[in-house]
Design a binder for this molecule. Structure first.
Ligand SMILES: [Zn+2]
Length: 693
């Protein structure tokens, strides 16, 4: 492991800080905190924390001793000085005389001693930083350290590797008790450079930022070197014969397997009929992951537990282990996946009940669905209520794979006990790291929108993303789709798709399935208008319009129901049909007739797939500013009718102009209406001739 320290960068941060009144110590504290946070082998997703003991003026202008410590859940990689709230040190240190303290009481005392009353809560490991005397303290969950200490003889190994440079603190749940124990152990070895927190991580100290940081890098490197030197090669189960080996084309297989895994790892809502709790997926298939999922003892090792306690809040304590899929027997794989996922959730509920009883029945169960799925021959899936959470689960699962692999290479991996894992998973302060996030209505759902770069498509993508869905914007014009996806933000995906080409549609949906794990809502929106008096129009024009305005919808719906059926959790097909479908305009036959066929198509899907829980609905919109109704067209049409543009655009019963956002809202409402199918919603400000009858 290399040191990331660069004098020039350190001095640049110090100079930058000086301009806004941040002193040298605090600037360097920020600098090395970022260095630690940017190395995934040291710190992953808000794990780890750092502190500085210094002096500052409080709100009354008095100089006081403070502890500046990382706030809970903050990301070390991008931390600013404000992410290290200051707490009065002396009153906090007095707490050491207590035997124990309730979590909420401790948080109240911490908050009461914040210099800035509006600062975020300090790290859950703050008391460890408080009780230890050192000026700079760094704490990480370095993967190499975990491989060494997650062992039955971890203490002995540490003595061998670190030779008395680190004091060894036996496992205790992070918090007040561990902080008291850690300082007591330190006092027996006051010359040590840091601490090993058994089955949890490493702490290093220093008089300055560089010393604490260099010690962290040096000591973790010792663990890495030990692992490299002492590893024994692991027997890897022989892979299936080449043609059957799923991992030969991991992305393609992942696209077919992901919807099955995703469906298996969903559950019906307790009370709302037709609603599901779904997860989004992140797929990984690196060589270490493949070696791991192909281990002959995968079943056993998958029950061994996490490598450090705070991972339980992201991955649960165990992954779901699935069977190895073969392309021509996916139905068998799906059956086994559902069975195994069911067994997983049953086991999780029993684990919860057992441990909740132990702690007096006072905690509320989290959902029992797996957050990591291992698939022999293929790779691993991280699962989460959003793409961001799925990525975090996958990152932590990869660190777990590495940590366990290396632990087994030098000994035998051993985690904390089930009771200890439960106490971490349900520790209110750990749960608080996830924040009090209010779940949005489409959390865990994936929406694909064709014509995603157009006015209605882009507005629809924004509306679904704002309501919690992950969105894929499909468009012929990839650059434009990319631009709109960027405007949506988050993990919005841009996919090139020509809906007049079956291969292109199928590839686009594979891409969505590989990226997000499947699809739940499809807004089939791509379209274009052709005109011509029906008795005279070229057949070629009609065919072109049918290829896009009818077959385009059919291809998209067909690709979507294939995935929805693999998931087995229903779904929602939404079609953009024009008012032309119900109220044809003169010389608009080439456009209106395929749109009328698309209306029939929607009803056919509602009929044929209702039993699968797949709903099909349409929006009949009119006179929206878009690629089909450009500013030039608005100018010429309003002029032809002797109207101003505004009067033309709001020429309806309500006298209100209809916007792309209004259409997006109608799609959203359809997706929410779990008991509505084969319905058409009119969004045109009122046009009796176009009203459904
Ligand atoms: Zn920790």
């Amino acid at each position: 492991m290399k040191s990331g320290w660069v004098d020039r960068d350190a001095e640049a941060i110090v100079a930058e800080g000086a301009k806004v009144g941040v002193d040298r110590d605090l600037s360097l504290r920020v600098y090395t905190t970022r260095l630690l946070g940017r190395d995934p082998k040291l710190v992953l997703h808000s794990g780890g924390n750092t502190s500085l003991k210094t002096r500052m003026r409080d709100l009354f202008g008095e100089e006081v001793d403070v502890l500046r410590v990382k706030s809970t859940g903050a990301d070390m990689a991008n931390i600013e000085a404000s992410g290290l709230p200051a707490v009065r040190l002396l009153p906090m240190r007095k707490l050491r005389t207590l035997d124990a303290i309730e979590d909420d009481e401790l948080v109240s005392i911490e908050r009461a001693n914040l210099i800035d009353p509006a600062a975020p809560n300090p790290s859950v490991e703050m008391m460890l930083h408080t009780f230890l005397p050192h000026k700079f303290i760094d704490h990480t969950h370095a993967t190499a350290i975990l491989s060494v200490i997650d062992q039955p003889h971890g203490k002995k190994l540490c003595e061998e590797i670190f030779g008395g440079r680190l004091a060894f603190v036996p496992y205790l749940r992070p918090g007040f008790g561990l902080a008291k124990k850690a300082v007591a152990v330190f006092e027996t070895m006051p010359a040590c450079e840091g601490l090993i927190l058994s089955k949890h991580g490493i702490v290093t100290f220093g008089d300055n930022a560089r010393e604490a940081y260099d010690r962290m890098i040096g000591l973790v490197s010792l663990a890495e070197e030990f692992i490299a030197r002492d590893r024994k090669s692991l027997a890897v189960r022989a892979l299936a014969k080449a043609p059957e080996r799923a991992a030969d084309k991991p992305a393609m297989m992942a696209a077919r397997i992901a919807p099955i895994v995703r469906g298996a790892c969903s559950e019906k809502h307790d009370t709302i009929e037709g609603a599901w709790r779904r997860l989004v997926i992140e797929f990984r298939a690196s060589d270490p992951v493949l070696n791991f999922v192909n281990r002959g003892d995968l079943e056993r090792i998958s029950k061994a537990g996490v490598i450090t306690p705070d991972h339980t809040i992201r991955t649960k304590n165990w992954p779901l282990v699935l069977t190895s899929p073969t392309p021509d027997r996916l139905a068998d794989f799906a059956g086994q996946a559902r069975e195994r996922s069911h067994a997983f959730t049953k086991h999780y509920r029993q684990y919860f009940a057992r441990n909740n009883q132990r702690v007096g029945g006072k905690v509320i169960a989290l959902d029992p669905l797996p957050r990591v799925a291992l698939v022999p021959g293929l790779g691993l899936f991280g699962l989460g209520r959003s793409k961001a959470d799925a990525i975090i689960a996958a990152d932590i699962a990869e660190a777990w794979v590495e940590g366990v692999t290396n632990a087994d290479a030098i000994g035998t991996f051993e985690s904390i006990s089930e009771a200890d894992m439960f106490d971490c998973e349900y520790w209110p302060l750990e749960q608080a790291k996830l924040g009090k996030r209010k779940e949005l209505p489409f959390a865990g759902q994936i929406a694909a929108i064709t014509g995603g770069a157009g006015a209605i498509g882009a507005a629809t993508a924004k509306a679904f993303a704002a309501a919690g869905a992950e969105v894929a914007l499909l468009d012929l014009d990839r650059a434009a789709a990319r631009e709109e996806a960027n405007a949506v933000g988050g993990h919005a995906l841009a996919v090139t798709c020509d809906v007049t080409d079956a291969g292109s549609v199928s590839a686009a949906f594979d891409k969505i399935a590989e990226h997000f794990g499947g699809v739940d809502i499809v807004v089939s929106n791509a379209g274009a208008a052709w005109q011509g008096r029906i008795g005279e129009v070229d057949e070629e024009i009609l065919e072109k319009s049918f290829a896009l305005n009818f077959y385009g919808h059919q291809r998209v719906a067909q690709a979507a129901v294939r995935i929805m059926c693999a998931q087995g959790t229903g779904g929602c097909l939404l079609f953009n049909i024009s008012k032309q479908a119900v109220n044809p305009g003169p010389n608009f036959g080439p456009y209106g007739i395929p749109k009328a066929a698309a209306l029939a198509l929607m009803r056919q899907y509602a009929l044929d797939y209702g039993a699968d829980g797949i709903r099909a609905n349409a929006v009949n919109a009119d006179r929206i500013r878009s690629g089909l109704l450009t500013p030039d067209m608005i100018a010429s049409r309003s002029k032809a009718r002797g109207l101003g543009e505004k009067d033309y655009m709001s020429g309806n019963l309500l006298g209100r102009e209809v916007t792309a956002e209004d259409v997006a809202q109608a799609f959203l409402n359809h997706a929410l209406a779990l008991k509505t199918t084969a319905d058409v919603t009119t969004v045109d400000g009122g046009n009796i001739a176009a009203a459904m009858r």
